[in-house]
Design a protein around this ligand. Structure first.
Ligand code: DNO
Length: 363
């Protein structure tokens, strides 16, 4: 019997493998130290990036091996590069695009040689993920990140956009206006074509290097500021996968990003796409209304997303890749990067481990 007696009942029961339970570390400047992470039960795998490398420079094998050695000295493996940045030249298809693709490809090859086999990237224009509050009051003395469209709409980008802690660079007024206008002119269709061209170029290189590419969905998963968004929902994910059938062309399944579209069938998507899911971000959130949500603890019932259902779909589908608890609340007075405190993510990791072990012993 297949657990749950679901649509997979006709296929032989799947094993329930162990994913690689991981946490993200932002490098030497992260207020969470490797010494602290070492105390998290069952944590052997780290997700990190060489954020100090300029975006127009490739990641070199010595630099990658240096970071891997720092992790290894605490007993950790580097399992995912999150993220290797995709410069605007590639997304916009400017004349510098080919050089930028060559640079990205060279980073992929070096990562593969160093044994880092999964690469997370995104194709979001201008902003990576965006929140309108980083320390919103949860009501129990903790804080969490929030996105409220009305607050976003009230922002004034007339003077450009500030750098947001640890994930995006800032732009002055002129650069911001030029860049946003270039993406608006490009539109969804142009951005999709540029993603397809990018995949066409880099997927074969990744496949040869033994690296799986894992695109991260847009967050929030709807257009903001009139900018095109092309990785928002199931149809978009399928379109990305169809751009190249090679298994090296895969997904980062981010429950928080995809689940911010109210009513998204996360477990259904996870089960259907599991063979191409190379990396999982597990995050929970609670809706105040459509396009207004606050992030919550991972536990079922704390937020509106059903992480146990997603985990079961992944495990029943044979998922054994890296998974990390994504954004958590800021707890117990810690001073960390918003969303990336130690405590709630450690609790979240324990929850994901418990769900996995429970499913294994019942399946
Ligand atoms: C947010 C993360 C993102 C993610 C990139 C992937 O916490 O999920 O910053 O790393 O969007 O490229």
């Amino acid at each position: 019997m297949t657990p749950g007696g679901n649509a997979r009942a006709a296929t032989p029961a799947r094993r329930h493998p162990e994913p690689a339970f991981a946490m993200r570390w932002f490098g030497p400047n992260d207020p969470v130290s490797l010494a602290e992470l070492r105390q998290v039960p069952g944590l052997r795998s780290i997700v990190t990036a060489l954020d100090d490398v300029q975006i127009d420079q490739p990641w070199t094998r010595p630099a990658i091996e240096k970071r891997a050695a720092a992790l290894a000295s605490y007993g950790f493996d580097w399992v995912v590069a999150e993220s290797v940045p995709v410069p605007d030249a590639i997304k916009l298809g400017t004349p510098e695009r080919d050089d930028a693709v060559a640079c990205f490809a060279s980073s992929i090859e070096a990562l593969g040689q160093a044994g880092v086999n999964v690469v997370c990237y995104n194709f979001m224009p201008v902003f990576d993920w965006y929140r309108t509050a980083f320390h919103a009051d949860v009501g129990d003395g903790s804080t969490a990140m929030r996105f409220r469209q009305a607050d976003f709409d009230a922002l004034d980008f007339g003077a450009g956009a500030p750098a947001l802690a640890a994930w995006a660079r800032g732009y002055d007024a002129v650069a911001f206006e030029q860049l946003t206008q270039a993406y608006r002119d490009l539109g969804e269709r142009g951005l999709r074509e540029n993603l397809t061209a990018f995949l066409h170029d880099v997927v074969p290189i990744a496949a040869r290097a033994g690296v799986r590419l894992a695109i991260h969905p847009d967050d929030p998963p709807w257009p903001i500021l009139g900018l095109p968004r092309i990785v928002k929902d199931r149809a978009d994910l399928v379109r990305v996968l169809e751009a190249s059938d090679d298994p090296a062309n895969g997904l980062t399944f981010c429950t928080g990003a995809l689940g911010a579209r109210r009513g998204a069938d996360l477990a259904g998507m996870a089960g259907d796409l599991v063979d191409r899911i190379h990396f999982v971000h597990a995050r929970n959130l609670r809706f105040a209304s459509e396009h207004d949500f606050i992030e919550t603890a991972h536990l079922r019932g704390e937020g509106d997303l059903d992480l146990p259902a997603v985990m079961h779909a992944l495990l029943d589908g044979g998922f054994d890749g890296p998974i990390r608890p994504d954004h958590g609340r800021t707890l117990w007075g810690e001073e960390r990067i918003p969303g990336y405190g130690l405590f709630d993510r450690a609790i979240g990791l324990g929850y994901l481990q418990g769900l996995t072990h429970g499913r294994r012993s019942s399946g």
